[in-house]
Ligand binder design. Structure first.
Ligand SMILES: *Cc1c(COP(=O)(O)O)cnc(C)c1O
Length: 428
């Protein structure tokens, strides 16, 4: 048997990197086996260190909305790098990026670029607290907002729970102002507001979730959040780090027609380079330093390479029909998977929001929140994951991660995927 280079590389990496990886989600802890080491990507395809090719539905966990190594992105990064990689002084690219995002998401009046989604969410919380003069924040079970102390909370068993630290190293004093409620349950949120309404600074929500797999918020739930925030003076923060430029070109706010006070962005906005952004109402955003008293800064924020990469990605994505075509491939993918699962008698619920999708192995009729996802057939997912990997289809190694389609996916990629799925479903 040919030696598997990934195994050798992982063994070596594990002696130097914690768990052999630089982000916990990359380890194959929930599916077993060895993480596959990749060496190149082009369009919808990636190649591992053994030379095996895969259709990629991870796309770096979302950022690569126009596929791997898109010529526009490669050119933008190379040309920008040749003129210097960072100045610590303003560049025109940052204004270009701000204008681009505002033209796509009209609810955003002012932007601050940061370096990751985590930073965007962390700054959103501080800004909301500074602006409202209130301390409490409300988040939803199964929603992820980066590894921010106050947002790493575990829910208790009740409908409404006070935050319990979700990780060692997070003091209870940091999470005691974090309230949690179940996703897609507006009655539970009304109860929270009845008790705590006048002390809540912000409601943070993934309007389309990507971190308990892909669950679109119910329109009444999201509109209900908007109304409760308007009535109580709390700020509505859409964490669109994943759904931005995916649920629709204008993200979930475009899809639902609901304008949040603040929006957290990341992933696609950097086109594969490390970027995050916080944007929203001018009167709120202007509370940030230097115009306001809420401190926020970053040595590499608005980095020229990251702006160039993100701008090239957004420019390509915003062309007429480009996003719609990728959404169309996503629909075809899910239709094809559903048909093949049904033919093999495999219970499968699929979700789509633009170019994001979710696959749930369950006989339930619907999947609306964290408990529903946790009830899905985990063993079946593991077999499906490994079967697809073997057949040259790369999915995230966790039943709690969403899938992504890029503008580079095409009929060939789809056919390869559906043929593989047909064989794998038959053995589930
Ligand atoms: C990925 C993600 C984050 C964190 O972004 P990082 O760039 O990994 O720090 C925050 N919120 C959501 C919804 C995400 O999907």
């Amino acid at each position: 048997m040919k030696a598997n280079r990934s195994e050798a590389l992982f063994a070596e990496a594990s002696q130097h990197l914690v768990g052999g990886v630089n982000s916990a989600v990359r380890a194959f802890r929930s599916v077993g086996g060895t993480p596959v080491f990749m060496r190149r990507g082009e369009g919808a395809w990636i190649e591992d260190v053994n030379g095996k090719q895969y259709v990629d539905y991870v796309l770096s966990y979302g950022p690569l909305a126009i596929g791997h190594a898109h010529p526009d992105v490669v050119q933008a990064i190379s040309e920008t790098a040749a003129s210097g990689t960072s100045f610590g002084a303003p560049t025109e690219l940052e204004t270009d990026m701000a204008k681009m995002v505002k033209s796509i998401m009209p609810g955003i009046e002012r932007i601050r670029m940061v370096n990751s989604g985590t930073e965007a969410c962390m700054s959103a919380v501080r800004l909301a607290r500074g602006y409202t003069g209130r301390d409490r924040i409300l988040k939803f079970r199964g929603n992820y907002h980066g590894h921010v102390d106050a947002l790493l909370v575990e829910a208790g068993s009740g409908v409404l729970t006070l935050g319990i630290p979700g990780s060692p190293g997070v003091p209870a004093s940091v999470t005691e102002t974090t309230l949690t409620a179940p996703f897609n349950n507006i009655d539970a949120v009304r109860e929270v507001f009845a008790t705590y309404g006048d002390s809540i600074a912000a409601v943070l929500v993934e309007p389309v979730t990507g971190n308990m797999n892909c669950i679109p918020g119910l329109p009444d739930f999201l509109q209900g959040l908007r109304d409760l925030c308007d009535d109580s003076g709390a700020l509505l923060v859409f964490d669109e780090v994943m759904s931005g430029f995916r649920a629709s070109l204008a993200g979930a706010q475009g899809l639902y027609g609901i304008t949040p006070d603040l929006t957290c962005l990341g992933k696609v906005i950097g086109g594969g380079l490390p970027v995050g952004a916080l944007g929203g109402r001018a009167d709120v955003m202007d509370e940030l330093a230097p115009t306001g008293p809420v401190y926020q800064a970053g040595t590499l924020s608005g980095n020229p390479l990251a702006m160039a990469s993100g701008l090239a990605t957004l420019r390509h994505l915003a062309q007429p029909d480009v996003h719609a075509q990728a959404q169309q491939w996503t629909t075809q993918l899910l239709t094809g998977l559903s048909e093949r699962a049904a033919a093999a008698n495999v219970g499968l619920v699929t979700h789509q929001a633009g170019t994001m999708f979710g696959l749930f192995f369950t006989d339930a009729q619907q999947v609306l929140g964290f408990e529903d996802v946790a009830d899905c057939n985990a063993e079946r997912f593991v077999r499906f994951f490994h079967g697809m990997l073997e057949a040259g289809v790369y999915l995230a190694p966790s039943a709690f991660e969403a899938g992504f389609v890029s503008t580079a996916h095409d009929q060939a990629a789809l056919s390869h995927t559906l043929e593989a799925a047909e064989r794998v479903f038959a053995d589930l």
